[in-house]
Design a protein around this ligand. Structure first.
Ligand code: NOJ
Length: 768
C-alpha cells in the first residue's frame, strides 16, 4: 500500500515535470493511475487533476450548455450549436442539460472524452421534477400525501428512469416555501410549511441520491432555488422578493438546510433579487450562509441565464461585470449565460477574480463527477439494455399509482355521496379535463409522452360496470399548450354546454372534471385570478341547475378559489395533476377501493385578496374585535380571514376522534417534552389519518406564529380501533432563530394542539 502511494507520488512528479499544460497529457496513464486510484481520496484526486488543467479548462468545468434543442428557457444565444460543439471539443464545457436518452448522452460524452485534451466527462443534468417518463403526481400533490416513504420512492423511481436515460443530475427538489397561490411554481414545491417542506426535501434528496451516488441507478439532486423565490412579490414570476430576517431564517431556509444535511450534492440559485441583491450575485446567501455557515461542499449552479440577467436587474453594469459578481458571490456553474466561458479568464488575468475561486468552483464540480463515478466510466449511465428495460416498467407504474392515490384530498362529501357504487348507476362525466390524457401529467414532465396518462374517463370506465357517458361541455384552453408558448384560455366558447346539460338531466349523478390545464401552472404561469379558468364556472352552474348531484373533481397545480362550489356542490375531490396513473387513482378513490387520506399542503383561499394566506401567521396586536361590530381589528370588511380549506385539511370515508393531548413529562427534567394522544376510528371503514401536532410559543423575544407544525404521524385504523401516538418535542422543535440568527429555546408558556388539520382546537398547555 505504502509503496504504491510512493509510486503514485513519484509518478505525479514525473507527470508534472514533463507535462506542459497546453499539450495533450498522457491521459490513459493518468486515468488509470490517478483518477481510478483506490488509494487517493476524491479530494486528492480533484487536486491532482486541477494541477493538470489550464485556466480555460477549469473555467470550462464551470460552463453548462443546453442541448441544441432549447426548450426550458429562452436561449440567450440561439442557433449557437456550432460554437457549443467547438467548446465541447476544447474541454470548455463541464455540463450539458437537456440532452436525454442513452444515444444522445453517449454521443455528447464521446466528444469531450475523446476529443478534448483532458477528456473530463460531462455531468448531464435535466429537470426530472416528478418522474422521467413514468410520471408521479406533481410535487405539490405528492406533498398532500404526507407520506415520506412514498415520496422518497417516487424520487427513486424518477432517478431509476432518468439514470437509465443517461442522466446523472436532476434539478430537483424545488424546496421553495410559498404562501402565494398566484405563483405558478407552487406546483413544484411542497407547499407553505417549513417543517413539512423540510421532511419532504430530505425524502426527495434521499430518493434521488440513494446511499451511494456512484450506483448507476441514482442521480445527484439539486436544492433550488436559493433563495426566497417562493416569496416573489404578488406571486408574479421572476419578481423581486423583500423578506425580513425572521422569515428568511425560520421559514425559507429550513428546507434548504435540511436538504444540505441530507447530503444534497448541488444547489441552484434563483432568478429573483432578495432585498435588492440578485440571488445569483449574493455573497451572503451563497458564501456566508451556504458554504461557510452550513459548510456545503457541493456546487452551486446558476439558474438559466440568471448571471446575465443581473444586468437587467440593474446590479451588473454589463456582461463582464455580471460574470465577476456571480463568481465572486459563489455561483460555481453558469447555466446558459455563456459568460463564464467568455469573461472569466480575462477577469482572472486582470486580477478582478482570484484564481483560487476558480479552483474552488471547478474543484467542487469535479468532486461531484468523481462521486458519480464518471471518471471510472464516463459511459456508466449509457446502457441501452437498461434503458429499454427500466423506463416505463410495470413496477414503476405501480409506484406512481400508489402515490397518486395517496395524494388525492377529499374536500367535501356531504351526505356521504362517495364512495360510489360500482354498478347500477347512470353517470354523466362532464368537462374537457375528464378525457384529457396529457394534462394529468402536469407541468415539468419534459420527457413524458403526450397523451400517455390514464384519463379520468378511462379510469372511471375501467373500474366499474356503471353506464358512463361523456360530454366535454367546454374547452379549458384552446390551441397549442406547449411548454414555452402562452396559452389561450377559452373565455367565450360555450357551444358544448347544451349537450352537457342534456346528458346531466338524464343521469343519476354527474362527475365534473374542472380546473387548470397542466400548462396553467408551473414556471411563467402566475395567475391574478384563482377561480376556475375560462367558462368552467358558468358550465358548473349550468349543469348544477339541472342536476345538483355532482361530484366535482378538481385538477390544478395550485390552490384555487372555489367559494361557489364549496357552498353548493355536495362532493369535491382535489385531484391535482396526478401523473401517468391519474385516472386509475381517481377511480379507485371515487369507487372506494382506496379511502382518501391526503391533506392539503397549502391553504385554499376564499378569494385572491386574502393572498398571501398561510396558517402559521402572527397574531398581531388586534387579533379580534373587542366588541361585536367593532372595526379596528385585523380583518377585511368584505371577506373572512379564514381560508376556504385550511392547511392540513382532508376528509376520509371514515371519521376519527381524538382524545385531549397529554403532556407526560417536564422539560426541566428531560430537556424535551413528550405529548401523547389517542385516536379512534369512529366510522365504518378502515382509514388512514395524518395526526398533526402544532405548537404555539405564547410570548417570545421574537414573536412566534399562532401555531407551527412540529410533528406528524400517519396511522391506519380499522373501525372502532384506537391507537396512542406519542410526539417528542426537543430543542429543535421548541426553538427558533432570532434576528441575530441565534437559535433560542426560551422559557415560557406553550400551547400544543393535536388533530387532523391546522385549525384543530384540541389543545393542552405546558411550560418550559
Ligand atoms: C429555469 C428554472 O427556474 C429552473 O428551475 C430549471 O431547473 C432551469 N430552468 C433548467 O431547465
Amino acid at each position: 500500500m505504502k509503496s504504491k502511494t510512493l509510486y503514485l507520488l513519484f509518478f505525479f512528479s514525473i507527470l508534472q515535470l514533463s507535462s506542459c499544460k497546453e499539450k495533450k497529457i498522457d491521459l490513459l496513464a493518468f486515468e488509470s493511475e490517478v483518477l481510478k486510484s483506490e488509494i487517493l481520496s476524491i479530494d486528492q484526486k480533484v487536486e491532482k487533476l486541477l494541477d493538470q488543467m489550464t485556466l480555460e479548462e477549469k473555467i470550462g468545468q464551470m460552463n453548462q450548455y443546453s442541448g441544441f434543442w432549447d426548450f426550458t428557457g429562452p436561449s440567450p444565444k440561439a442557433g449557437d450549436a456550432a460554437q457549443k460543439m467547438e467548446h465541447l471539443k476544447k474541454g470548455w464545457v463541464g455540463s450539458m442539460l437537456n440532452v436525454t436518452g442513452v444515444k444522445n448522452v453517449r454521443a455528447v460524452q464521446k466528444i469531450v472524452v475523446e476529443e478534448s485534451r483532458l477528456g473530463i466527462p460531462l455531468i448531464i443534468g435535466f429537470d426530472v421534477i416528478h418522474g422521467y417518463k413514468t410520471i408521479s403526481p406533481i410535487p405539490l400533490a405528492e406533498a398532500a400525501s404526507w407520506d415520506l416513504e412514498a415520496i422518497k420512492k417516487s424520487a427513486q423511481v424518477a432517478a431509476l428512469e432518468a439514470s437509465a436515460a443517461g442522466i446523472n443530475w436532476t434539478f430537483a427538489p424545488m424546496v421553495d416555501i410559498s404562501r402565494d397561490a398566484r405563483w405558478g411554481r407552487v406546483m413544484e414545491g411542497a407547499g407553505e410549511d417549513p417543517y413539512l417542506g423540510s421532511k419532504i426535501a430530505v425524502a426527495r434528496v434521499e430518493g434521488f441520491q440513494g446511499s451511494d451516488l456512484s450506483d448507476p441507478s441514482t442521480i445527484a439532486a439539486c436544492a433550488k432555488h436559493f433563495a426566497a423565490y417562493g416569496f416573489v412579490e404578488a406571486g408574479r414570476e421572476y419578481n423581486t422578493a423583500d423578506v425580513g430576517t425572521s422569515t428568511l431564517n425560520n421559514i425559507i431556509f429550513p428546507p434548504f438546510k435540511a436538504a444540505k444535511d441530507a447530503g444534497v450534492k448541488t444547489f441552484m440559485n434563483s432568478f429573483n433579487d432578495l432585498n435588492g441583491i440578485p440571488a445569483t450575485g449574493d455573497i451572503y446567501l451563497q458564501r456566508t450562509v451556504l458554504k461557510e455557515n452550513w459548510n456545503f461542499d457541493g456546487f452551486v449552479v446558476s439558474d438559466w441565464g440568471s448571471i446575465s440577467e443581473m444586468v437587467a436587474h440593474g446590479y451588473a453594469r454589463d456582461d463582464n461585470h455580471a460574470a465577476q459578481l456571480a463568481v465572486n458571490a459563489g455561483s460555481d456553474m453558469d447555466m446558459e449565460s455563456h459568460l463564464y466561458v467568455t469573461e472569466l479568464a480575462s477577469l482572472v488575468k486582470q486580477e478582478k477574480v482570484d484564481e483560487a475561486l476558480i479552483n474552488d468552483a471547478a474543484g467542487r464540480i469535479l468532486k461531484v463527477k468523481f462521486e458519480l463515478g464518471l471518471f471510472d466510466d464516463p459511459y456508466k449511465y449509457c446502457d441501452e439494455a437498461r434503458e429499454a428495460s427500466v423506463i416505463g416498467s410495470q413496477s414503476n407504474v405501480e409506484e406512481v399509482l400508489d402515490l397518486a392515490k395517496k395524494s388525492i384530498v377529499l374536500l367535501k362529501n356531504q351526505n356521504n355521496v362517495l364512495p360510489l357504487s360500482k354498478k347500477g348507476q347512470k353517470i354523466a362525466v362532464i368537462g374537457a379535463l375528464a378525457a384529457d390524457k396529457t394534462s394529468p401529467l402536469g407541468n415539468w414532465r419534459l420527457a413524458a409522452d403526450t397523451n400517455s396518462a390514464v384519463s379520468l374517463l378511462e379510469g372511471l370506465k375501467s373500474y366499474s360496470g356503471n353506464t358512463i357517458t361523456y360530454a366535454k361541455g367546454a374547452d379549458v384552453v384552446i390551441g397549442k399548450t406547449g411548454f414555452v408558448s402562452e396559452l389561450t384560455i377559452n373565455t367565450t366558447d360555450t357551444s358544448g354546454f347544451k349537450e352537457a346539460i342534456m346528458l346531466a338531466k338524464k343521469s343519476d349523478l354527474v362527475i365534473m372534471a374542472l380546473g387548470e390545464h397542466a400548462m396553467q401552472s408551473g414556471e411563467g404561469r402566475s395567475r391574478a385570478y384563482l377561480g376556475l379558468p375560462g367558462v368552467q364556472q358558468q358550465l358548473l352552474e349550468a349543469v348544477f341547475a339541472v342536476n345538483n348531484n355532482i361530484v366535482l373533481v378538481l385538477s390544478n397545480g395550485r390552490p384555487l378559489t372555489i367559494p361557489w362550489a364549496a357552498k353548493h356542490i355536495p362532493t369535491i375531490i382535489e385531484g391535482w395533476h396526478l401523473g401517468t396513473q391519474s385516472g386509475n387513482a381517481l377511480a379507485q378513490v371515487i369507487y372506494g377501493d382506496y379511502n382518501p387520506s391526503g391533506k392539503l399542503p397549502m391553504s385554499f383561499p376564499r378569494s385572491v385578496g386574502q393572498v398571501p394566506l398561510y396558517y402559521n401567521y402572527k397574531n398581531t396586536g388586534r387579533p379580534s374585535p373587542v366588541n361585536p361590530g367593532q372595526v379596528f381589528w385585523t380583518h377585511y370588511i368584505d371577506q373572512k380571514n379564514t381560508p376556504q380549506y385550511p392547511f392540513g385539511f382532508g376528509l376520509s370515508y371514515t371519521t376519527f376522534a381524538y382524545s385531549k393531548p397529554m403532556v407526560v413529562n417536564t422539560y426541566s427534567q428531560d430537556k424535551q417534552v413528550t405529548v401523547s394522544v389517542k385516536i379512534t376510528n369512529t366510522g365504518k371503514s378502515e382509514g388512514k389519518e395524518t395526526v398533526q401536532l402544532y405548537l404555539r410559543d405564547l410570548y417570545a423575544s421574537v414573536i412566534r406564529p399562532i401555531r407551527e407544525l412540529k410533528g406528524f404521524e400517519q396511522v391506519v385504523l380499522t373501525p372502532g380501533q384506537t391507537k396512542e401516538i406519542t410526539f417528542t418535542l426537543t430543542d429543535q422543535e421548541l426553538g427558533f432563530f432570532n434576528n441575530q440568527q441565534q437559535w433560542l429555546v426560551e422559557k415560557g408558556d406553550f400551547q400544543v394542539y393535536v388533530g387532523g388539520d391546522s385549525q384543530t382546537i384540541n389543545q393542552v398547555n405546558f411550560k418550559l
